[in-house]
Design a protein around this ligand. Structure first.
Ligand SMILES: Nc1nc2c(ncn2[C@@H]2O[C@H](COP(=O)(O)OP(=O)(O)OP(=O)(O)O)[C@@H](O)[C@H]2O)c(=O)[nH]1
Ligand SMILES: [Mg+2]
Length: 307
């Protein structure tokens, strides 16, 4: 399956909802003001958010007034163009080659797909011949470490771990030291979405970050927030909270395959402007795809990658 097919499959539910609604408001009638209201509704139902939806629909309307939009296909083409323009600034990949060890700190609330994403990401780096080490800073439950170890075994790489309930920052310290000593290219740290102690999650993540910076100058080079697409627009407040506390450098959106609310990526691009590094479209090792504005916009509204 091509990458585009994977994105297309992943976005099937969001696309079906959007397209059915848009076709339904437009089909068989000349395009009028009412049609744009229907398009607005379709976008909002896909969690594209009011502000972003208004801007998109306003630019479509402009084109319609200038006579550049006459058919449903014209709407589809213009929508793809506008959305691609909106997403292009956040299509920026992780600049791994710059430092060694390149340290990636993975964060996010519980259950969003952090550990699975780490495995997928580690697989991508391993495939490009990088030496990868994993750090199990999720000490909330023993099963978390085991889960990471199962993946690591399949990927043939090591995990630095402590016992359940130990200090996550101490694991980060050991993992960073080990990465330096072993000539590791990429160190990826898993963290918990919940803690044993009453310490605030953000404070704990800040502590981990400080420990890493002390060991490797400029690290963590990537603070990667994982968000779950099935939460739609609700993830926006999560992104804001984590960004304020930790200055995240990138986002991975998981579980796009399980939702019709994939439109929430548009306000993330438009309002928050934080790069989306990858999207997750399934539970398997190769279900993590580099974010592409072009492919994403086409998969959201159309069938074909060309045009
Ligand atoms: N359908 C689908 N499922 C996913 C995707 N990414 C992760 N999952 C599933 O989501 C569930 C939770 O994933 P984990 O990786 O354990 O999430 P986590 O954030 O590490 O969870 P905690 O460690 O408990 O905080 C698992 O069943 C994964 O298989 C995705 O892109 N698509
Ligand atoms: Mg986990």
């Amino acid at each position: 399956m091509s990458l585009f097919d994977k994105i297309k499959n992943g976005l099937a539910r969001t696309r079906d909802q959007l397209r059915t609604r848009i076709e339904w408001v437009v089909k068989g009638k000349p395009i009028d003001e009412d049609a744009f209201e229907g398009i607005e509704e379709a976008l909002i139902l896909a969690d594209a958010g009011f502000e972003t939806t208004e801007i998109l629909v306003a630019s479509l309307k402009e084109k319609w007034k200038r006579g550049q939009i006459k058919t449903t296909e014209d709407i589809q083409t213009s929508m793809i163009e506008e959305v691609e323009k909106l997403l292009l600034p956040i299509e920026r990949h992780i600049p791994t080659d710059s430092k060694k060890p390149f340290v990636i700190l993975t964060i996010g609330v519980n259950g969003v797909g952090k550990t699975t994403t780490i495995a997928k990401l580690a697989n991508i780096y391993r495939t490009s011949k990088k030496k990868v080490l994993l750090g199990a800073c999720d000490t909330f439950r023993a099963a978390a470490v085991e889960q990471l170890e199962v993946w690591a075994k399949r990927l043939d790489m090591d995990v630095i771990k402590h016992t359940e309930g130990s200090d996550p920052a101490a694991v980060a310290y050991d993992a960073t030291k080990a990465a330096k000593a072993r000539g590791i290219d990429v160190l990826i740290l898993d963290t918990a979405g919940r803690l044993h102690t009453k310490v605030n999650l953000m404070e704990e993540m800040k502590k981990i970050k400080r420990v890493i910076t002390k060991e490797v100058e400029g690290a963590p080079h990537e603070i990667l927030l994982i968000i779950d697409a099935t939460n739609g627009q609700n993830t926006i407040s999560q992104v804001k909270t984590f960004h304020e506390a930790l200055n995240i450098t990138g986002i991975v959106v998981t579980k796009l395959d399980g939702t019709a609310k994939g439109g929430f990526i548009l306000p993330i691009a438009h309002l928050l402007k934080i790069p989306i590094r990858y999207i997750g479209v399934g539970e398997k090792m190769d279900d993590l795809i580099p974010f592409s504005a072009r492919d994403f916009s086409r998969a959201l509204f159309g069938d074909k990658p060309e045009t």
